[in-house]
Design a protein around this ligand. Sequence first.
Ligand code: GLU
Length: 471
Amino acid sequence: MSGQISFFKSVENYVDKAAAFTDIPRGLVEQIKACNLVLQIRFPVRIGNDYQVIEAYRVQHSHHRLPTKGGIRYAESVDQDEVMALAALMTYKCALVDVPFGGAKGGIKINPGNYTVEQLQNITRRYTTELIKKNFIGPGIDVPAPDYGTGPREMAWILDTYQAFRHGEIDSIGCVTGKPVTQNGIRGRAEATGRGVFYGLRECMSYADDMAKIGLSKGIAGKTMVVQGLGNVGSNTALISQQEGDVKIIGIAEREGSIFSANGIDVEKLMAFRKETGSIIGFPGTEHIGGPSAALELECDILVPAALENQITLENADRIKAKIIAEAANGPITADADPILQKKGIVILPDFYINAGGVTVSYFEWLKNLSHHRFGRLENRFQHEAFHGILTKVEEMTGKTISDREKDFLTRGGTEVELVNSGLQDTMVVAYQQIRETFKQHPDIRDVRTAAFVCSLKKIASDYVSMGIFP
Ligand code: GLU
């Protein structure tokens, strides 16, 4: 925890700071900040010959839009305050990227590594049953997704449990997102958060005047990056930044320690190495520079903390040498460390913007589930034939021939993953532009986090106002 102030309180403080730049009535700010519903659960699971009491939560932070939405994490750090803070961040995240959901989050206080797959399945199914009993899950109520320690496998268990209880409910497949593609998931969801981090960074770094202020040239290509955490978010951020953005990954941190190479680290090969040896340490061409937080202090252009919260604290903030920090994890910078980094001139792309790609593609998955068909299925062939007709006409009118290869390229409709990635890219770009616009309107706002909170707050407040609660 960050000194004495709790994670939830620190989110509230950020909101208060941003609210001062708006004319939203004080009472409405208090309503927006409050957690609407908190469910605390204790249930037993049988482990061997004994029983274990499992502590779990689901928090629905805001009902200004429904369903509520947010992941479920399995981690020993889970407690009510953490889940409340993460649920609140989901509210601001969804509003910022125009995903029409309220924020929620769930958590089970376990280290999944300590349980067998069968035990994890029992825990997940029992947790889902508790959510069903309390009416805390459903495609129009509250829609969970993966978070730290969970993935498509857990989402498939949740869906199956839900359907067992809600047999025949036509939209039941929309009760959870981040499902395996074969279980009504959507292509592109697994890498969506990391891909979104890349799109957000690329957009931020595309403004020459903004970059000049921190001593960087325009553009992401050739810039150096350090990533903490090779889980789903960190590994995809590193891979996509390297493969599609030509970024040089010079440092990686994982549980077992940190590695560095001035020449760049091939992330794909590193992942294979870790799978084989169980560690990143000893990867050829890299230097072992210390424990899991050592890489955070490397000199680099972009630092991506993609593990858990509270990684950059009062203790190490002074030693951070990055120019940009992309908070791929939720809450990696403590509230007391934030001003120190700002004083050093570091640009911080806040969690609820930069990691919003996950929930954005969850929204696409939910839309796909509710529409009961894959994107492009109805229109692709029709569009292909119509475009083909136009190209034939162009050939007739110009007397020139277009090659079959070119024709194929120009006439084909997008595949599901192409459509998803294009929607994701657009979402991250538009949200960044809105944040930038807010900067222009409020020259006294100094940091991206505050500007982003102002954007979110205005959207949420306008929802409340149009509901008529605050005339
Ligand atoms: N757990 C992810 C997050 O923190 C994704 C949430 C979702 O897809 O609903 O944003």
